[in-house]
Design a protein. Sequence first.
Length: 276
Amino acid sequence: MTDAAALPGQPRGGVISGQATARAHCVLAPNPSAMTLDGTNTWIVAEPDSDLAVVIDPGPLDETHLQAVIDTAERAGKRIALTLLTHGHPDHADGAARFAELTRSAVRALDPALRLGGEGLAAGDVITTGGLELRVVPTPGHTADSLSFHLPADAAVLTGDTILGRGTTVVMHPEGRLGDYLDSLRRLRSLTVDDGVSTVLPGHGPVLNDAQGAVEFYLAHRAHRLAQVETAVEAGHRTPAEVVASVYADVDRSLWPAAELSVRAQLDYLGEHGLI
């Protein structure tokens, strides 16, 4: 989910739907909106020579979309053996139960309420379905249950809503916490620096082929917004709505409710650190 349109200085994205890397194929869900950009990216991930595939974020409960994901996998000669969730928001997870029924696959997630016929996910877990290697990376902040998945063989990371292909992410206060989110961005930056990750496969928007640039942009953007919020408070804007009107004046008003969630998280962060 996004709280802003494309921003100056943001790395440009590439493909939105279709084959993105040797192992990752995107099927775009038909749910475009100001918050979901072009729609939810459902990812089919598999080793090229394997007949088994993993699906990440089946998306909304839309029978046509769920069947399109299955058909895409079958055309590639693959059976969907496992479903993973980056987090529990409806645009990513509402179709999971029906998808599990259609594919007879387990659903694994951090949140126990979202799991179906499978164990949970935790830091350090490695998914090895069909010879594929996906490493679980906790990235809370957008939500408490947000996960990313590191795909080492493609030097890629699937980020859900933690990093988007366009715009910036809402910190969904009160569940989402800015301190957690900043830590998650730093964790992703370490993947780009220490593990060679070069590609971001996001939950919305186009693929980003400069992963380190994307993370650095997000960190700089958050620091800039935080400074703007602090300045707005010092200028006498006390309520979250007042701060949004000051700081997000250049953002489409339809996104202000989402921006207010991020502002509330920023105000909490500034209060916790004694800055306001």
